[in-house]
Design a protein around this ligand. Sequence first.
Ligand SMILES: [Zn+2]
Length: 504
Amino acid sequence: MGYARVRSIGLVGLEGHPVVVEAHVDAGLPALVLSGLPDASLNEARDRVRAAIVNSGETWPQRRITVNLLPAELPKSGSGFDLAIAIVLLAGTGELPPRGLGGAAAIGELGLDGQIRPVRGVLPMVLAAARAGIRRIIVPATNAAEASLVPGVAVRSAEALRQVLEFIRGAATLPDAPDGDEIVEETAPDLADVVGQPRGRFALELAAAGRHHLALFGPPGAGKTMLAQRLPGILPPLDDAAALEVTAVHSIAGTLPPAPRLIRRPPFQAPHHTASAPALVGGGSGLARPGSLSLAHHGVLFLDEAAEFAPSVLNALRQPLEDGWVVLARSRGSTRFPARIQLVLAANPCPCGAGNDVNCTCSAIERRRYRTRLSGPLMDRIDLRVRLEPVGAAALLGEPHEQETSAAVLRRVLAARQTAADRWAELGYAVNAQVPGPVLRRPPFRLPRSATAELARRLDDGKLSARGYDRVLRCAWTIVDLDGRSGPTRDDVAEALELRTGDL
Ligand SMILES: [Zn+2]
């Protein structure tokens, strides 16, 4: 009696997948049978589509209609298939020209009133459409600017189902989305605002150049947060592939502004210490939401007052730090989001913040428990640990002297990154933090014994773990890369060691 099909896009994690929505109409009792969606979404989708069609001035077809979403094995979630379902249903019953949308895809949730509502994840959906050879796509008006960030796909947008139906009937046009214009000067916190803290600034620069994880210890007011916030500003801007990936994660999270640009600056995420493990790793029912770990993908995850985070939350960081992915268990299989992050921890020296000061009111037990929280496997992954002292009144009130800007530091970081990238290119690494220990310990990169004697001694004494040994070597390479020299000396190794063993 009638058959039609329309293309749409589903999301699994960060990956979009083409979905075919097909309708078959036959002569049974009037009914709408929907299959291919999780049970919970089926009834809701059916109710929304029915109401939207009727409230758009259409007559509900009195036929038996079967709508199916393919491929069946793809886990589908979210409400973005509504628009495609409405179109295919009307095309199958002859209410629309059988050509329907031709080869175009449709994305959008329908309101009961027939309005088309925005959906999360439009950017990765349109990226998937482009990869699948889909050249035209209809998206909710609110998502048009975001969809147009993807080159090679003609984006049209609509605010209501009625507009789309008129468009298919040839009675109206749909507006083209504006071309994405992504040149933008963002203002970000600058290192020029940081008074003093030469040690902290140096550690931050090293962290940026080698992509090392960093821990900042010090009393309240020492400027830990100020420094951490300035790390993204001295990191290389994201290239095209990374920018699309990062923007896609934020699209799925629903955190993009109304007229988004590609995110070019490495993101900065600072979850509060009361954050739960799900807030950090992501989750939720239906279309999974990425957590802080993934929102910080290709950027910085800053944990202020790190010792106050629940141990379960800190533990949840370990796997993503190893492999760069967050894996979420879902009702149907698992889904994963990218989470290649640079970690910055900050902590007070003790619960009351006074540290060794005579003003400290903490008991010995409290202090010990506090330190224990910040030890173990997570801390062992931190290359740089720096103790910051409060900025003295002399530095704060004395003769103002120019502090170096983030732009000046970034130039050195870029040069150092290039040096490292050239050195490791043959082995496939981009930054020092990625290089495995054995590579650093064997020729041609093995350092002369004179340079590593002290490290070997500490390893023998049990004062340095094997992993710690390698981390000191990586950091020593970053020191010479920033300095424009060819290889670490004993002094560089000593400096790297000192930066690693800084403590609460
Ligand atoms: Zn204290």
